[in-house]
Write a protein that binds this ligand. Structure first.
Ligand code: CDP
Length: 858
C-alpha cells in the first residue's frame, strides 16, 4: 500500500487514504444543484468558495466563478491568441482555458481574486494576458481624454506590477516571461528587487511588466502613493501573508480608492481602528485630508483606475472578501493527481535522521527515472547542508549494496567529475545516480536555478532539499515523493520584550496540505510526514500572518513616510495589536526617527530613504558622525549578502579534511573583536586582491571586460575565493549592494570616503551607537541558569551561566552562536552587540561584536 516503499524506521504502516486536492466530487455536485435552483451568486459551497456559472453577460462585480465544472466550460470565452515562445507549454497550462475570461473580469472589476494551484500559470500568464490584450493602453487613453491636453498623461497607468514575497521568484519569473515574450530581459519585462533593478533599460517607463518584491513596491509607494505608473497591480502569493504584502494590500487599496472614478465616494478609509484620545483623532483627520489630496491629484492627472489582481494557491476567502468588498473571484483547478499521505508512528527528536532514512529508503525501493524526484522540506540552510552531506555519504555507501537496482548508475561516476567538487556549485552533486539540489531563500539565484533545471545526463533521480520556499512560490516539476519534517523557521516578535528572533516552529495544516500537493503534479504521489497523525491533528489550521508575529518598526516608518500619520488608522488586512505598534513607536523614538508628537523627524525621513531596517539605517547614518562611513557601508553591505563563508563538509562528511581547511582559512580573517570587523576584513582582503589582480593582469582583464564581463564578476571567480573558502558570488553581491548604498548616502550628503583607517575605535563606537538596542551583557560565572529548550527537544535544563549573556532589552538569557568568532573566547567579552537572535536548541546571539559598556552612555 505504500507505493513500493518498505516500512522503515521513519515510516509507519498506517496512513490516511488518498487525498485529492481541488474541488471534490461532492462540492461540485452540490454547486450544480444550487445553480439548477437558481441560487444567488454568493451562495457558498463546502470549501467556503461559491461555485457559480459564468458567461460574458453574467460577469458583474461580486460574482464568483469556479471553472472546475464541465457546465462552466461551455460558457467560457475562447482563449486568447498567444504569440511568442513556448506556445505549447503556455496553452497547456490550466489558466489558459480561462485567459479571455480572466482579462474580461479584470477589465470589469476593481479587484479580482484568482485562486489556482502552484504551477497553473497565474504568475507567468495572467500579467502577459493583460499586457497582450491592450487593456491598460485603452483605459489609460480613455482616462487621459478627460483632462487638459498639456499633461504627459498617457504615461500613467500603463504598467503592470506583479509583487512577490521572495527575490528569487521575482527574478526567475521576469526571466521566464521575457523568454516567453521573446524579448531581452529589462525591455518589456523586468525585475525589481532590492539592489537589483533590470527595468527600463530602453528608457524611462518602457518596461510594461515588472516583477518586483513586495518591499520594492512599498518603497515606491513612499514617493508615489498613487502608484501612478501602474494600471494593474497583481499581488501574488497572497496566502503567504508576508509582512510587506499585507501592508501593500492597504497601500494599494488607498491608491485604488483615490483613483476610483466615483465622485460620490467620500468614506474611503475602512477598518478604522477606534481611537481613544483627542490627539489620535487629529492624526486621523490628517490622513483623511491626504486621501482627499490624492484624489484631487488623480483627477487632475487623468489617472486611469487602478486594477488589482490578488493571486494565490489557497486563499482565506472571507478575509479578502471583507477587505475588498465587491471583489470577483475565479477559482481554477490545477492538474492534481491523488497523493497518498503516510504519517510516522513516532515522534522523532532528530527529524534530519528520519529524513535521511526516508530518502534512502525511497531510493532503494522505488523505480527511478522521470517523475521520480523527491522533495524534502526542512527548516533552513544548516539543516539542508547537513542532510545534503549525510545523503551524499549514504548514497556512496549504497553503491556497494547489491540489493539496489543499478540500472543507469554505471555511467554516473564519469558524470560527477567536475560537478561535485566545485565549492561554489551550490552543494549540488550527483551521487549514485542521484542529484542532490538545495533550495533556500538566501542561496544566490544562480545556485537556486540548479533545482529547476532538467536532470543532467547520468542522473536518474533528483532529491531537492528545500525550505518552505518550495511550498508555493516556485514550481518544481517531476516530484513524486514529498518528505515533510512538519517544521519551518519563522520570524517571531514578542511585543512584551520588544525582541524578534528566528524560531523553528510547527507548520500549519494549510502548509502541510501545500507540501503534500507538491507530490501530485506529474502522477500519483506519496507524501511522507515525519510526524504522527496525532501531531498533525494538533496543528493550527492556517499560518499566523507575519504582521502579527514580527517587529513592525520598519513598516511603521514606511507608513509614516507615506503620509499615514497614525498607523493604527491604516487599513490593514489583519490589524496588528496596538501593543506591537506601540513597541515600534518606542523603537523609532529611541532611534530618533519620530518626535514626542509621533511626527517623523528629519532624521527619520533620512532613515526612510535607505532600504534597510531602521536599526541598520541608523547604524549607517551614525557613521557620518564617527567618520567611518566607508567601513560601515562595507559592514552593512556584507550583512545583507548572506553566506559569505563557505563551510564544506558540514554534517560529519569531511570530504578529505576540507572542513578543517575551510575553518583554518576563515580563521585568518577572524577579528578578536567579533563578527562585524571580521566581515570587514574579508571584504578588504578581497578588494586588495582585486586591485593586485587588476594590476597584474591588466591586459587580460581589459580584454575580458571589453567582452562584456564586469570587473567584479571576474574577481568573484578568482582562485582567491576558492582558496579562502569564501562564496565569491555573495561577495560580488555585497560589493554591488555597497555601491548602491553609497550612492544613496551621497545623495543624503554624507561623505562616503570618510574612513577611520588605522584607528578603529571610532568604528567600534559607531557600531555601539548604531546597534545600542541589541546589546547583551555577560552573566557572572557563578550562578546557575534554567534554560528552556525549544519544541524540537522538549524540556528545560540547568546549566552553569559561564559564557552566557543577558540581553539589555527583554532580559533574555542567550549564548554566543557557534558560528560567531566570539564563540568560546576566554575570557568572554563583558558586553557585546549582536545582529540576530536565533532560537534553535536554545537562544543564541549571532553577528556579535564586543563593545565597552561605557560607550553606551554616549
Ligand atoms: O503562478 P503559478 O504557480 O500558478 O504558475 P507559474 O509560476 O506561472 O508557472 C507556470 C509554468 O511556467 C510552470 O509550470 C513552469 O513550467 C513554468 N515556469 C518556468 O519554466 N520558469 C519559471 N521561473 C516559472 C514558471
Amino acid at each position: 500500500p505504500n507505493g513500493g516503499l518498505t516500512h522503515n524506521a521513519a515510516l509507519a504502516d498506517d496512513y490516511t487514504s488518498a487525498a485529492s486536492i481541488g474541488g471534490t466530487a461532492r462540492s461540485e455536485k452540490k454547486s450544480k444543484k444550487k445553480r439548477k435552483r437558481g441560487k444567488s451568486s454568493n451562495s457558498k459551497a463546502d470549501d467556503g468558495i461559491s461555485n457559480e456559472g459564468i458567461s460574458r453577460s453574467h460577469i458583474h462585480t461580486g460574482m464568483t466563478a469556479d471553472f472546475g465544472s464541465k457546465k462552466h466550460k461551455k460558457s467560457v470565452l475562447s482563449p486568447l491568441h498567444l504569440k511568442g515562445m513556448f506556445i505549447n507549454e503556455r496553452t497547456n497550462l490550466p489558466v489558459y482555458q480561462h485567459s479571455a475570461d480572466i482579462v474580461h473580469l479584470i477589465s470589469n472589476n476593481d479587484v479580482v481574486l484568482v485562486v489556482a494551484e502552484t504551477g497553473s500559470g497565474k504568475s507567468t500568464q495572467i500579467p502577459a494576458y493583460v499586457h497582450e490584450s491592450g487593456l491598460l493602453k485603452i483605459s489609460a487613453k480613455a482616462a487621459a481624454a478627460n483632462v487638459s491636453s498639456h499633461l504627459p498623461k498617457q504615461k500613467y497607468g500603463r504598467t503592470i506590477c506583479v509583487t512577490q514575497p521572495r527575490r528569487v521568484a521575482a527574478i526567475t519569473l521576469a526571466k521566464r516571461v521575457s523568454e516567453e515574450m521573446k524579448c531581452i530581459p529589462g525591455t518589456i519585462v523586468g525585475h525589481r528587487v532590492r539592489f537589483d533593478d533590470t527595468t527600463d533599460v530602453k528608457g524611462h517607463n518602457t518596461t510594461k511588466i515588472i516583477y518586483a518584491t513586495d518591499g520594492m513596491l512599498l518603497r515606491e509607494a513612499i514617493s508615489d502613493p498613487l502608484l501612478k505608473r501602474y494600471g494593474m497591480i497583481a499581488l501574488d502569493e497572497a496566502h503567504e501573508r508576508s509582512l510587506q504584502t499585507d501592508v501593500l494590500f492597504g497601500v494599494v487599496k488607498r491608491a485604488m480608492a483615490a483613483r476610483k472614478r466615483e465622485p460620490e465616494r467620500h468614506k474611503e478609509i475602512e477598518n478604522v481602528q477606534l481611537k481613544d484620545d483627542a490627539d489620535e483623532t487629529l492624526y486621523f483627520e490628517k490622513d483623511e485630508e491626504i486621501l482627499i489630496r490624492m484624489k484631487e491629484t488623480a483627477v487632475a492627472l487623468g489617472l486611469p483606475p487602478l486594477r488589482v489582481c490578488v493571486m494565490s494557491a489557497t486563499l482565506d476567502v472571507d478575509t479578502f472578501r471583507s477587505f475588498f468588498p465587491g471583489s470577483s473571484m475565479i477559482k481554477i483547478p490545477g492538474r492534481q493527481y491523488p497523493v497518498q499521505v503516510v504519517h510516522s508512528d513516532q515522534i522523532y527528536e532528530d527529524y534530519i535522521d528520519a529524513a535521511l532514512n526516508t530518502v534512502i529508503n525511497i531510493h532503494k525501493n522505488t523505480p527511478d527515472g522521470d517523475g521520480s524526484d523527491v522533495l524534502v522540506f526542512l527548516t533552513g540552510q544548516d539543516e539542508i547542508e547537513d542532510l545534503a552531506s549525510l545523503l551524499k555519504r549514504h548514497l556512496e555507501d549504497l553503491k556497494n549494496d547489491n540489493s539496489v537496482d543499478q540500472n543507469v548508475k554505471g555511467d554516473v561516476v564519469q558524470n560527477i567529475k567536475g560537478i561535485g567538487t566545485s565549492i561554489n556549485s551550490g552543494c549540488s552533486m550527483i551521487t549514485n545516480g542521484v542529484l542532490i539540489c538545495v533550495l533556500y531563500a538566501s542561496l544566490p539565484p544562480e545556485q537556486q536555478m540548479l533545482a529547476f533545471r532538467p536532470k543532467p545526463k547520468g542522473c536518474s533521480r533528483k532529491v531537492i532539499l528545500a525550505t518552505n520556499i518550495a511550498e508555493t512560490s516556485v514550481t518544481l516539476d517531476g516530484i513524486r515523493y514529498v518528505v515533510d519534517c512538519g517544521k519551518h523557521k519563522s520570524r517571531e516578535y514578542k511585543s512584551s520584550t520588544g525582541m524578534e528572533s528566528l524560531v523553528v516552529s510547527d507548520i500549519s495544516k494549510a502548509q502541510a496540505a501545500q507540501r503534500m500537493g507538491r507530490a501530485g503534479r506529474v502522477s500519483e504521489g506519496i507524501c511522507l510526514r515525519l510526524y504522527t497523525k496525532e501531531s498533525y491533528d494538533l496543528l493550527a489550521e492556517t499560518t499566523v500572518p507575519e504582521i502579527l508575529r514580527v517587529n513592525l518598526a520598519q513598516v511603521v516608518l514606511q507608513l509614516k513616510s507615506m503620509g499615514i500619520h497614525d498607523p493604527r488608522s491604516f487599513s490593514f488586512l489583519t490589524p496588528p495589536s496596538a501593543d506591537s505598534i506601540r513597541k515600534s513607536f518606542e523603537v523609532l523614538a529611541a532611534l530618533g526617527a519620530i518626535d514626542e508628537s509621533m511626527d517623523l523627524t528629519d532624521y527619520g525621513k533620512e532613515m526612510s530613504q535607505l532600504p534597510l531596517d531602521p536599526i541598520y539605517a541608523n547604524l549607517l547614518l551614525q557613521s557620518s558622525k564617527f567618520e567611518c562611513v566607508s567601513e560601515i557601508l562595507t559592514v552593512v553591505a556584507m550583512l545583507s549578502a548572506e553566506n559569505i563563508f563557505y563551510h564544506p563538509g558540514r554534517g560529519g562528511d569531511d570530504q578529505g579534511g576540507l572542513a578543517a581547511r575551510g575553518a583554518a582559512a576563515h580563521r585568518r580573517f577572524a577579528s578578536y573583536e567579533g563578527d562585524l570587523p571580521t566581515l570587514l576584513n574579508v571584504y578588504n582582503a578581497w578588494r586588495k586582491e582585486a586591485s593586485y589582480t587588476r594590476t597584474g593582469n591588466l591586459r587580460k582583464t581589459k580584454q575580458k571586460i571589453s567582452k562584456g564581463k564586469s570587473s567584479s564578476a571576474l574577481l568573484s571567480h578568482g582562485d582567491w575565493c576558492t582558496q579562502n573558502f569564501i562564496n565569491g558570488r555573495a561577495l560580488t553581491r555585497a560589493h554591488d549592494v555597497r555601491s548602491q548604498l553609497s550612492d544613496l548616502c551621497s545623495r543624503l550628503g554624507m561623505d562616503i570616503h570618510s574612513s577611520c583607517s588605522s584607528e578603529m575605535t571610532t568604528f567600534y563606537r559607531c557600531i555601539c551607537a548604531g546597534l545600542f538596542l541589541q546589546v547583551a551583557s555577560r552573566l557572572p560565572n557563578s550562578s546557575q541558569l534554567q534554560v528552556k529548550k525549544n519544541s524540537r527537544y522538549n524540556g528545560a535544563e540547568t546549566i552553569p551561566s559561564r559564557g552566557h549573556y543577558k540581553t539589555k532589552i527583554g532580559g533574555t538569557i542567550v549564548s554566543v552562536h557557534p558560528s560567531s568568532t566570539l564563540f568560546g573566547r576566554n575570557p568572554a567579552p563583558k558586553c557585546v552587540v549582536y545582529t540576530d537572535l536565533v532560537h534553535t536548541t536554545r537562544m543564541y546571539i549571532r553577528g556579535t561584536t564586543q563593545i565597552r559598556e561605557e560607550w553606551l552612555n554616549g
